[in-house]
Design a protein around this ligand. Structure first.
Ligand code: UDP
Ligand code: MG
Length: 318
């Protein structure tokens, strides 16, 4: 019988764990698969870990990894995929925004032979208006300038076959924009629509600025356009300056020397100064990311593991 790994990241979600499992077990039970549930406690400060350990009383197939601190959801998913022993894995949020009832549809697509199956959200009703506007803008820009194609509405609710898991695990980068990575590896892809639920309990872990940083992480990992665009800006501005110089020469020849304009000089200086700072800033952003990659620190540290085969235990960091 094929084996399924369900990967769930948790950050301060203790109040929702029971609800989640109550819906997850029946969804998994109806599949013709054996399964494991890998829970990553991403440095929770409430008693998420204790609640997860408690859950093991109901199902021993629950496995728990506790991070040494909060490393972020993307890293938690990375860890889950590395630990997964399944022939197929499903990653999903643990706040019940990703309904477990969609799992059988994902598995059905996998059985049809697809390697990466995205559950795509039909609507963004649960997001705030501001967040909706920004995520629309982000995906519109992303689709235009990134080197990969991400399906509309795809998030971290997705299925990966063993081939795709191995491919994602083989990617060494520290900047782990998971939706991007799972698209980048290729393979046969499909989508399954679902209605995103309201958050079961607790609150979203993402502040506006964290989302903004996440968005630029995603863009910079899959596009070098923000770096290259300055060449074209430079060419355009230089051409403009050349034309302006020609105009000035002709003007001077015909009408003689005029009183030099203060306003136009200021505008020129400020505009170019701003442009240069902006381009330098963007280069700085890329450089900072190169710096993190070059340091090559481990992606995460594990403080505890529960339920894993000791043979699988490869120390406290990976
Ligand atoms: N999460 C995590 N580490 C973090 C932030 C979030 O593991 O640093 C988990 C969180 O527990 C949840 C999922 O990632 O299962 C999605 O987070 P959240 O619901 O806060 O994000 P949103 O749904 O608002 O995008
Ligand atoms: Mg959520």
């Amino acid at each position: 019988m094929p084996h399924l790994s369900v990967i769930l990241p948790f950050h301060n979600e203790h109040s929702g764990i029971r609800h989640l499992m109550e819906r997850l077990y029946p969804a998994l039970g109806q599949l013709d698969l054996s399964y494991e549930i890998i829970c990553i406690d991403d440095g929770s400060t409430d008693n998420t870990f204790e609640a997860l350990v408690h859950e093991r009383r109901f199902d021993r197939r629950l496995k728990i990894v506790r991070f040494a601190r909060n490393f972020g959801k993307e890293i938690a998913l990375t860890c889950g995929l590395r630990m997964a022993s399944g022939d197929v894995a499903i990653t999903m949020d643990s706040d019940l925004q990703h309904p477990p009832e969609t799992i059988p549809d994902l598995i059905a697509k996998w059985r049809e032979g697809f390697d990466v199956v995205y559950a795509t959200r039909r609507n963004r009703k649960t997001d705030s208006a501001l967040r909706r506007v920004f995520s629309r803008a982000f995906y519109a820009v992303f689709r235009k300038i990134a080197d990969i194609q991400m399906p509309e509405g795809a998030g971290d609710f997705c299925l990966l076959s063993r081939k795709a898991i191995d491919a994602v695990n083989a990617l060494p980068e520290r900047n782990r924009f998971m939706k991007g990575l799972t698209s980048w590896v290729g393979f046969r892809r499909a989508t399954v629509p679902f209605d995103v639920g309201a958050r079961d309990s607790g609150q979203s872990n993402w502040s506006f600025f964290r989302l903004l940083r996440f968005a630029f992480d995603g863009l910079s990992a899959f596009s070098t356009l923000p770096l290259r665009i300055w060449t074209w800006c430079g060419v355009l501005v230089s051409l403009g300056a050349l034309l302006y110089a020609l105009c000035l020469i002709v003007d001077t020849l015909i009408y003689g020397v005029d009183v030099p304009g203060y306003a136009s000089t200021m505008v020129g200086i400020l505009f170019l100064g701003g442009l240069q700072l902006l381009s330098l800033g963007i280069m700085g952003e890329y450089m900072a990311r190169i710096f993190t990659e070059v340091k090559a620190r481990p992606l995460y540290f594990v403080s505890e593991r529960v339920g894993f085969d000791p043979a699988q235990d490869s120390g406290t960091h990976v």
